[in-house]
Ligand binder design. Structure first.
Ligand code: GDP
Length: 490
């Protein structure tokens, strides 16, 4: 079985075993109430502790959201640059900023949301026009959209990875001070906001040290700039690890449950998904998703990649084998069929696979007699600045996530998100580093978790607390199947 664990324990009901809050308007976000009919695997039920935390989060979000007096007061404090040193603010925020492609964004969103859960903050998202109509409001009776027009920080989308207000630079300028817990100094400065640069450059990697978490806890506004799934790196931080273990008794359920909780495609995207699904995928008895990402730094000729896909499929038994003798008697009278869904920027793999099952009968016993091959789009190039392009990309992420089994591309967050949503441990194609086709075509993932491609390394924390996942590999993470510098929960 490609799903992890018990395939139904997560509760195949429309609120996903209580994960989703009830009482939201069905018509304004149909996907929220309908995805459960499409997912094939429900490997993990949310823990009672997670459910309590989510309901408490939702209540906090309603108290603190844009439009409330508490929000107005917090923004006023931010505008005037006044901090509330020593004063415990009821509402503290994490503002998510966009960085990189859709898969990266979805992963940093769930990471930021989990960080907000762990630190009793409220997550607001700053969405540029290219993302304005992708995701529904996730929290009942409130909004997660940051009102951009009266937010006092200028040039929000252009600050990059090393602005003046980044945490590390503020520390150097002594605008924020990490207090020694042994001393009882209390008048340390607290800036009105701190920018957390946690993208692949990892400018503020000291974020992952416990003592810096104490300093950041006194800051009302955190701006989060990240393209990473940094959840694995939260585990070693004192105070977070125990809570994470209670929230997610099965570690590999973290991204799976957080993605299904937080992100719901808007009606226009859901229209793409459901029209395509019913027309092409629903008639089959089994669906297999194949996601092919070709990175510039690892490009190889189409035939090499195609052969790698076939070799991987054979090794991990993913796609139906063909009857090489061409005796097309196979399948007659059979009622089983397979739909192969291809997601790729290019049409080449679709064309080759379609020809393969057109020209050959499927071998007896594997995956069903009739094999259809489908690809919704081939966009040719990434166009993250275009809303319609992103809507099509998001539709494909969800179509992939409705597969029984997945074959994905290494290093691709697009593939990572699809697998986590699906609740499937995919076969991951290995990357052709330096354009060299890898000897091993793919590896079966040890978990449905995304890889954190840039975990903090070599960070010196006080009190010997390790921020370095690498030193902790045996306990909660493993080296990723597709990247030796990355780590993932398992
Ligand atoms: P990653 O670069 O593979 O980690 O994934 P991202 O989602 O972060 O960025 C890649 C972007 O390229 C996507 O968001 C899409 O805009 C586009 N893209 C890549 N692969 C596909 C695909 O198979 N289908 C579609 N529609 N878009 C894709």
């Amino acid at each position: 079985d490609d799903a992890a664990g018990n395939a139904t324990s997560g509760g195949a009901d429309e609120l996903l075993g209580g994960l989703l809050a009830s009482g939201m308007d069905r018509r304004s976000c149909r996907s929220r109430y309908e995805t459960w009919r499409y997912y094939k695997h429900f490997p993990y039920a949310p823990s009672p502790h997670l459910l309590r935390k989510l309901r408490a989060y939702e209540a906090r979000h309603r108290r603190c959201a844009p439009g409330t007096p508490l929000y107005a007061r917090s923004v006023e404090r931010l505008r005037s640059g006044r901090s509330a040193a020593g004063e415990a603010e009821e509402c503290r925020y994490v503002v998510w900023l966009p960085f990189d492609g859709l898969g990266n964004r979805m992963l940093s969103m769930v990471s930021g949301f989990l960080y907000a859960l762990l630190t009793s903050r409220v997550l607001l998202v700053a969405l540029p026009p290219d993302s304005a109509d992708l995701f529904c409001e996730p929290f009942p009776g409130t909004t997660w959209l940051l009102p951009l027009e009266d937010f006092p920080v200028a040039n929000l989308f252009g600050l990059g990875h090393n602005p003046e207000q980044s945490y590390t630079r503020l520390l150097h300028r002594k605008k924020i001070v990490v207090e020694d817990p042994a001393s009882n100094a209390t008048a340390a400065p607290v800036p009105a906001y701190v920018y957390l640069s946690l993208g692949y450059q990892l400018t503020d990697r000291i974020f992952f040290c416990g003592e810096h978490q104490l300093a950041l806890g006194r800051v009302n506004w955190l701006l989060l700039y990240s393209d990473l799934y940094f959840v694995p790196s939260l585990y070693p931080i004192a105070g977070f690890g125990d809570e994470l273990r209670r929230l997610f008794p099965a570690r590999e359920s973290a991204s799976h449950l957080l993605l299904r909780y937080l992100l719901h495609p808007t009606n226009p995207v859901w229209g793409l998904v459901t029209r395509y699904y019913h027309a092409y995928l629903a008639p089959a008895t089994r669906r297999i998703g194949v996601q092919v990402r070709m990175f510039g730094f690892a490009s190889v000729p189409v035939d090499d990649m195609y052969n790698q896909i076939l070799a991987c499929s054979r090794q991990e038994r993913i796609l139906p084998e063909i009857d090489a003798d061409g005796d097309a008697a196979a399948g007659t009278g059979s009622k089983t069929s397979t739909a192969i869904l291809i997601a790729s920027l290019y049409p080449d793999y679709y064309e080759r696979l379609r020809a393969r099952y057109y020209e050959h009968a499927a071998a007896k016993g594997g995956g069903g007699a009739w094999v259809g091959v489908f690809q919704p789009t081939h966009e040719e190039r990434q166009a993250t600045e275009s809303l319609a392009h992103n809507q099509r990309a998001l539709a494909e992420v969800y179509l992939l996530s409705f597969s029984e089994a997945l074959l994905t591309s290494g290093l691709s967050t697009f593939g990572y998100v699809s697998s986590s949503l699906a609740g499937v441990r995919p076969a991951i194609l290995l990357t052709a580093f330096r354009h060299k086709v890898p000897a091993t075509p793919c590896r079966r993932a040890v978990s449905m978790e995304p890889c954190n491609l840039t975990p903090p390394r070599g960070v010196e924390c006080r009190r010997g607390e390790a921020a370095d996942d690498g030193g902790d590999v045996a306990r909660h993470v493993r080296v990723c199947e597709d990247f030796h510098d990355g780590v993932k929960l398992f």
